[in-house]
Design a protein around this ligand. Structure first.
Ligand code: HEC
Ligand code: HEC
Length: 146
C-alpha cells in the first residue's frame, strides 16, 4: 500500500487519525448543542409574539388561520394568503420600508389597519369623483359604507 505520509511513522499516524476523529466528534457535538431546549423555547416564544402582533394587526384570532391542533397545517384558506402577504411585506421592508433613519417599517397594519379585509379602494371613482356607493358590484362587497 502507498504511504501517504512516508516521513511520519506508524504511531504518529495513528495519533493524528485519533486526534482528527476526536476533533470531528467535538464539532458534531457542538452542532447538536446549538439547538438546546432553551433555544427552541426562545424561538417558539418569538414566533408566538410575532403571531400575536399579526393577529392584532388584522383583527383576527389564531384560529382564523390555523388548525389549532396542528399549527404547521396549511389547510385553512387564510394561511396560504398570509404566507403570500408575509412575502409582500418582506419585499417592502427589503425595498426601503425598513424602519431605519426615520422611514416607516412595513407590517400588516400598514395596509390592513386592524381589519382582515382592508379598505384598499377609494370610496370615490378616482377620475370622475362620483361616489360609487350605488353601483355595487360583487367585488365591491363591503366597501362604500359611509
Ligand atoms: C393571518 C393568519 C395568521 C394568524 C392570525 C396567526 N397565524 Fe400563526 N402562522 C401563519 C402563517 C402563514 C405561518 C407560517 C409562517 C412561515 O412559515 O413563515 C404561521 C406560523 C405559526 C407557527 C409556526 C408553525 C410551524 O411551522 O412550526 C406557530 C406556532 C403559530 N403560527 C402560532 C400562532 C398563534 C399562537 C397565533 C395566535 C396568537 C397565530 N399563529 C396567528 C398565519 C397566521
Ligand atoms: C401592501 C399592502 C398589504 C400588506 C403590507 C399586507 N396586506 Fe394583506 N391584504 C392586502 C389587501 C389589499 C387585501 C385585500 C385583497 C382583496 O380583498 O382582494 C389583503 C388581504 C389579506 C388576506 C385575505 C383576507 C380575506 O378576507 O380573504 C389575508 C389573510 C392577509 N391579507 C394577510 C396579511 C398579513 C398576515 C400581512 C402581514 C404579514 C399582510 N396581509 C400584509 C394588502 C396588504
Amino acid at each position: 500500500m502507498r504511504n501517504t505520509f512516508p516521513s511520519i511513522d506508524r504511531n504518529a499516524r495513528t495519533f493524528i487519525l485519533l486526534a482528527l476523529i476526536w476533533a470531528m466528534s467535538f464539532l458534531f457535538l457542538q452542532n447538536v448543542q446549538a439547538e438546546t431546549p432553551e433555544d427552541l423555547l426562545r424561538k417558539e416564544k418569538e414566533v408566538r409574539e410575532q403571531m400575536q402582533i399579526l393577529s392584532r394587526q388584522l383583527g383576527v384570532t389564531c384560529a382564523s388561520c390555523h388548525d389549532t391542533r396542528n399549527y404547521k397545517s396549511s389547510k385553512k384558506p387564510l394561511y396560504p394568503i398570509s404566507l403570500e402577504h408575509m412575502k409582500i411585506t418582506q419585499v417592502l421592508i427589503d425595498q426601503g420600508f425598513d424602519g431605519k433613519n426615520g422611514k416607516p417599517k412595513a407590517d400588516c397594519y400598514m395596509c390592513h389597519r386592524g381589519k382582515l379585509s382592508p379598505d384598499y379602494k377609494e370610496r370615490i371613482h378616482p377620475m370622475t369623483e362620483i361616489k360609487k356607493s350605488n353601483e355595487k358590484k360583487p367585488e365591491d362587497k363591503e366597501e362604500f359604507e359611509p
